[in-house]
Write a protein that binds this ligand. Structure first.
Ligand SMILES: [Zn+2]
Length: 202
């Protein structure tokens, strides 16, 4: 697989994992500047992904992307020092499918930001389960629109009932995870980074 196609697959399939992995590592501090999150822009300046600085540097070195903003750190390797990017931009425009993310437990939890959609508790992934809004036993399907993050307490309380029957209400209508959702998460991450701001808040 070439670097070029890797850049594309990162956008469509590994995007979700990248976002959270990158935030977690970033908090470790300067020693991990190679893991710091880098905002990836399409050739059109549209934000499309977040990746680790190490990967961003590879994309720049391969001529797939160029650095738009630096993060202030240097990478020292052999006799060269490279400025670590904070924002890169792909040199060639990539078409991003708007509806490409796989339906998975991980992606549902990411979409719902690890928040129980009934009681609003924010929990670790291990403390959340997936709830079928329309219970499976009553014809509910396993789709983006019928699955939500749910804490065990709410899940037990709801049982095989419709939310209304259990006197429960969804925080919001579940929807497929799309680029709009991704951009929202990028905005949340970018709130602390001035260099990302101008690309994300428009
Ligand atoms: Zn709950």
């Amino acid at each position: 697989m070439s670097i070029r196609s890797e850049a594309g697959s990162g956008v469509t399939s590994r995007h979700a994992g990248n976002l959270f992995a990158a935030t977690a590592v970033h908090r470790d501090g300067d020693g991990n500047s190679l893991h710091a999150p880098v905002l990836v822009l399409n050739a059109s300046y549209e934000p499309i992904n977040v990746c680790a600085a190490r990967r961003a540097l590879v994309l720049v070195l391969k001529g797939v992307a160029m650095t738009e903003e630096e993060n202030g750190h240097f990478l020292h390797a052999a006799r060269v020092a490279m400025r670590v990017p904070s924002v890169i931009r792909l040199l060639e425009y990539r078409r991003i499918p708007h509806q490409s993310r796989a339906l998975s437990r991980k992606n549902i939890l990411l979409r719902d930001r690890n928040t129980c959609q009934y009681c609003a508790a924010v929990l670790a992934s291990s403390e959340l389960t997936l709830d079928h809004v329309i219970p499976r036993s009553r014809g509910g399907s396993s789709t983006w629109e019928n699955l939500v993050a749910c804490c065990h307490t709410c899940n037990r309380r709801k049982g095989n009932q419709f939310p209304t029957e259990a006197g429960m209400k969804l925080m919001r209508e579940p929807r497929a995870f799309n680029l709009h959702t991704s951009r929202h998460i990028m905005r949340l991450m970018g709130r602390s980074d001035d260099k990302w701001r101008k690309y994300l808040f428009y």
